[in-house]
Design a protein around this ligand. Structure first.
Ligand SMILES: C[S@@+](CC[C@H](N)C(=O)[O-])C[C@H]1O[C@@H](n2cnc3c(N)ncnc32)[C@H](O)[C@@H]1O
Length: 758
């Protein structure tokens, strides 16, 4: 079992939307009073340019003068590139005042860092560097930068290089790259007022090459890879009224979205003429606003700030994760204004988004349970080697489904066995913890009317104390349970009327997020000798491990920042949230999550017999284990090689892993009683179960996956008789020039140094 030790599940309240106001061309200077007016109007923040229109005119004139000089000169190479002088007070009205750290400042949109014309790129870099350096000097924390033009001749690597440099400009600066969800019709270029419009055609060597809907994301991918997944680099995503495909929506969901930019053109008008968002955009907003780092919403060009034309003051951009319950300045102001009825809504777009905020649908139960723990990496539990704390058991026991399903499974098994045996059924819970499954066995007995003789076996000495106390005090247990403190593998089995007896139903819950990763197979093999050889039933009867390739930039960036030298060599338990499935089944439109392997219980006697023979290391026992030891646990080793097809190109950061288990298959053929954390089947098999988070197998080097390429995953469960570990490797194949070629392969990753001890 995997979950959140020590964490009290909490209901998450409705998310507060931080809403800002942006004007692509601010007509009034941003002052303290303007900021106050924005706040009075209900905005939480606003953007401002770093430099003035005067500065723009100055730089354009400088470039024009350079080009004139070049065209007039016989030796153009002798004329040095233009140099942009340091900023003057006329160039910017930004000053390091007390509000500066709460502003989103915008670098100039009239520059072109990706220009193929070296002069334009050179001047753009200078303007950009001046602006970022001055903003950083003033104490600005958030800078929004227009993304590169997505046309074919743009040199994205130049742009990315400039961003990488600017991240060094200040240790506190967060950069947001403003990009559309997909390349849009290019806006009417104001060539006369931009540097891009001055680029010489002779440098635009790559003419219009058609790009597809993922090109904007591709551009981002190059920028962030060049910047080595920098934690202070995020996306400001412009959301259009007509959304791109769901694949593209999911792709952006997995990226570090700091801001959602909603221009006026994203809004439609309702029958009364008010601005509203269409249903798909509303759904997108609901999805994106459930990210752990909730994006800010910036309304762009939706009308001026009411009462502007006065100097204004910037407003706070608080970190909600630090103090989610504190009212924001805008909330406090609006509270004071509650009874004041405005004659006319001067900010209808803002009012509408506030309305959406108030009417957000409730979050799914698992989200509420795991609030704050999405994508948080935990090492898998090792309940076999470690003794769990009471609080950990307490968290497990809150699951509304798991114990219920076990009770149903035991009840069904009791009915099937009782038909054959016509006597009290011997039931043992092995690994009983604090006893919830024992209670469920007793309830199953009560509900079916079939008497049981009940055992509880536990190796944790501390849990053993509670089990004994419960047996003495719990009216349902009523001193009927025989509590045994032992490792189940050493248990001799029940004794009834002074004679050794066999167990009819062996109940256990030793499963991890990847089914067998908490050594359920090894423990259950070790206790199988107490199970009745003819009719003995194991609950669970079987379990399977599943995985699929995923893109998870957030976890990759998190791991990148860690110093542990084994960080790429072990799987992590995590509530996977901000990720994208790379392989979607075209028929079902569900992620292609495939089965790695299966374990069933009880094992055939011949396999146990061979294992016992190998344990001795005799001549008949063969030549020892493949990867160490005598090989007596080798029957629990597994290997699989699975092939997936990438539905659209992307970057693979690892594998998302899941499990399913059949607790019991009733003999009357009615529906199997199953648990699942596989997203494709959990709804059907065990909806709302919260005990297990998925598991993530990381890749040290992300693999670029072209559309329709094949991803082949080799995965091993290895054992040397003392421990169990996993190994995984991913290869990518594409059809090129008519032949299938391997175009990339990951390292062979191995958790041998972090193996689970038996
Ligand atoms: C995941 S917990 C489940 C506890 C409880 N059955 C429940 O469902 O809430 C697994 C329990 O099995 C115990 N356990 C693991 N390996 C064991 C072994 N070899 N022998 C006895 N107990 C074991 C652990 O100490 C732990 O209490």
């Amino acid at each position: 079992m995997e979950t959140l030790p020590g964490v009290t599940p909490q209901e998450q309240q409705n998310t507060y939307f931080y809403i800002g106001q942006h004007e692509t061309k601010r007509t009034v200077p941003v002052t303290t009073e303007l900021g106050n007016q924005a706040q009075d109007a209900g905005y939480d923040m606003m953007t401002r340019p770093i430099t003035s229109p005067g500065f723009q005119a100055k730089v354009l004139a400088l470039v024009d003068a350079y080009f004139e000089a070049v065209s007039a000169s016989a030796n153009a190479d002798a004329i040095p590139y233009p140099l942009v002088a340091p900023l003057t007070p006329e160039d910017t009205n930004l000053v390091p005042d007390e509000y500066i750290s709460t502003m989103i400042c915008c670098t100039s949109t009239w520059i072109d860092l990706a220009s193929p014309d070296p002069v334009i790129a050179h001047v753009s870099r200078q303007v950009f560097n001046h602006e970022v350096a001055y903003a950083a000097f003033c104490g600005v924390n958030n800078i929004m930068i227009q993304g590169p033009d997505l046309e074919a001749s743009s040199v994205i690597s130049q742009y990315a290089r400039a961003i990488w440099n600017s991240l060094e400009a200040g240790p506190y600066i967060n950069l947001q790259i403003l990009l559309p969800m997909q390349p849009a019709e290019s806006k009417t270029a104001e060539d006369g007022l931009s540097l891009a419009g001055r680029a010489r055609d002779s440098f635009k060597t790559i003419k219009s090459m058609s790009t597809d809907a993922l090109w904007s994301w591709d551009t981002w991918e190059l920028i962030r890879s060049t910047c080595k997944y920098h934690p202070r680099l995020t996306v400001a995503l412009e959301v259009p009224q007509k959304l791109p495909s769901s694949e593209i929506q999911s792709r952006w969901f997995s990226e570090p979205l700091r801001t959602l930019m909603l221009p006026e053109s994203t809004f439609a008008r309702n029958a009364k003429g008010f601005p509203v968002l269409n249903k798909p955009v509303q759904a997108l907003l609901t999805r994106y606003m459930r990210l752990k780092t909730v994006p800010w919403i910036i309304l762009s060009d939706v009308g001026p700030i009411p009462g502007q034309n006065h100097p204004g003051m910037p407003v706070n951009l608080p970190d909600r994760s630090a103090s989610p319950d504190l009212p924001t300045p805008a909330q406090s102001k609006r509270k004071q204004q509650t009874q004041t009825q405005k004659p006319k809504d001067l900010t209808p777009h803002l009012s509408y988004i506030r309305h959406l905020q108030r009417t957000q649908p409730p979050r799914p139960i698992i989200d509420r349970f795991a609030a704050g723990y999405q994508d948080f990496l935990q090492s898998p539990l090792q309940p076999l080697t470690d003794n769990l704390e009471s609080i950990t058991y307490e968290v497990f026991e809150k699951d509304p489904i798991k114990y219920e399903w076990y009770e149903r499974a035991v009840a069904a098994a009791l009915k099937d066995l009782h038909k054959k045996l016509q006597r009290p059924i011997v039931v043992a819970v092995v690994g009983a913890g604090r006893g919830p499954l024992v209670t469920r066995c007793l309830k199953a007995s009560a509900s079916t009317g079939i008497p049981v003789k009940q055992w509880a076996v536990e190796k944790n000495p501390n849990a053993y104390v509670l089990l004994q106390r419960r047996n003495a005090t719990d009216p349902l247990w009523n001193k009927r349970v025989t509590v045994v403190k032992t490792d189940m593998r050493a248990w001799k089995g029940p004794v009834i009327d002074s004679s050794p007896a066999k167990v009819d139903i062996l109940v256990s819950e030793l499963l991890g997020s990847f089914a067998d990763n908490e050594l359920s197979p090894e423990c259950l093999d070790g206790v199988q000798h107490v199970l009745h050889p003819e009719h003995g039933v194991s609950v669970p009867a079987s379990y399977t491990a599943h995985f699929t390739p995923i893109a998870h930039p957030k976890i990759y960036a998190d791991l990148l920042s860690r110093t542990d030298d084994q960080k790429w060599e072990l799987p992590y338990v995590t509530m996977l949230h901000q990720y994208d499935d790379l392989c979607i089944d075209p028929k079902t439109l569900q992620p292609d999550i495939q089965t790695a392997w299966e374990f069933t219980h009880p094992l055939p006697e011949a396999i146990i017999a061979q294992s016992n023979l190998r344990r001795g290391g005799s001549v008949q026992a063969g030549g020892g284990g493949m990867v160490g030891g005598d090989g007596w646990n080798e029957h629990n080793a597994r290997f699989c090689r699975l092939r997936f097809t990438a539905s659209s190109r992307g970057v693979c950061h690892g594998l998302g892993g899941y499990f399913e288990t059949v607790l019991y298959s009733p003999e009357n053929g009615s529906k199997k009683i199953e648990l699942s954390i596989n997203p494709n089947t959990m709804e059907d098999k065990s909806k709302d179960m919260i005990s297990w988070f998925p598991i993530f197998f990381p890749l040290k080097t992300p693999l670029y996956i072209p559309t329709a390429s094949e991803i082949e995953v080799s995965m091993w469960r290895q054992t040397d008789d003392r421990k169990v570990w996993y190994e995984w490797q991913i290869e990518v194949f594409a059809s090129l020039g008519g032949s299938r070629q391997r175009i990339a392969a990951s390292d062979l990753h191995s958790s041998i140094k972090n193996g689970c001890l038996m």
